[in-house]
Design a protein around this ligand. Structure first.
Ligand code: IPE
Ligand code: MG
Length: 215
């Protein structure tokens, strides 16, 4: 979900207003995912590298995550949305960690759509952590057993990854899981990314032939 800062800047607004606008863009996308029958949607909300932003920006992001949980995600639970957070938990403020755990618990039986929110998430950190735990377990390691040590082993590998805001890179998102994902890149800034463009990306994906290295 990239481009909040540029969205704010182009309007002469504070960066926090960009993040707030970005947080409002999530719900229509989740609802569209439900409409088109997407079963699993993962969003990249905050990376392990985002802690290096100014303390002001980090604080406003934490505030907005909390507001989004309160304002949107509990509501979405009524539409059958099961939410899980993927990433480190130990660095979030206590009050936010509590909200995250509470939402996960409240939605654990929902099945219409699985929403995975990558928070304090980094693909490399995830793989290193998994390697550590795999080694400690003494298990015989192959790709399948290794994947069981990732943050959310039950999360399906993404079929399609959409990157907003014109950046043509992965930025440490689901490195292990996206080995064979299809990509759609769009110049649209995340706060402006709406249902029509989301549907168009899915249609684009539907027209591709995936070979997974075969012929
Ligand atoms: C993405 O928007 C949101 C987070 C990283 C939390 P950015 O803040 O990265 O927006 P740009 O890249 O500055 O436009
Ligand atoms: Mg960015």
């Amino acid at each position: 979900m990239d481009g909040n800062g540029r969205w704010a800047e182009s309007r002469g607004l504070d960066v926090a207003e960009g993040h707030r606008a970005g947080s409002r863009a999530l719900r229509p996308i989740v609802e569209t995912a439900i409409d088109v029958g997407v079963g699993s949607l993962a969003v990249y909300a905050f990376s392990t590298e985002n802690w290096t932003r100014s303390p002001d920006e980090v604080a406003s992001l934490m505030q907005i995550f909390g507001e989004t949980i309160d304002r949107e995600l509990h509501d979405l639970a009524k539409e059958g949305v099961h939410t899980r957070f993927v990433g480190r938990r130990d660095r979030a403020p206590d009050w936010l960690r509590d909200k995250m755990a509470e939402l996960e618990q409240a939605t654990e039986n929902e099945r219409t759509l699985h929403l995975w929110i990558a928070f304090d998430y980094g693909g490399r950190a995830e793989i290193v952590e998994a390697a550590r735990r795999a080694t400690a377990s003494g298990a015989e390691i192959d790709e399948e057993t290794f994947a069981q040590f990732l943050y959310a082993p039950e999360m399906p590998d993404p079929d399609l990854v959409i990157r907003t805001s014109g950046e043509l890179r992965l930025s440490n998102f689901l490195l292990w899981q996206s080995a064979y994902s299809e990509y759609v890149f769009t110049d649209t800034l995340w706060p402006d990314f709406g249902p029509d463009e989301f549907r168009a990306a899915i249609e684009d994906y539907a027209g591709r032939r995936r070979r997974f290295g075969g012929r």
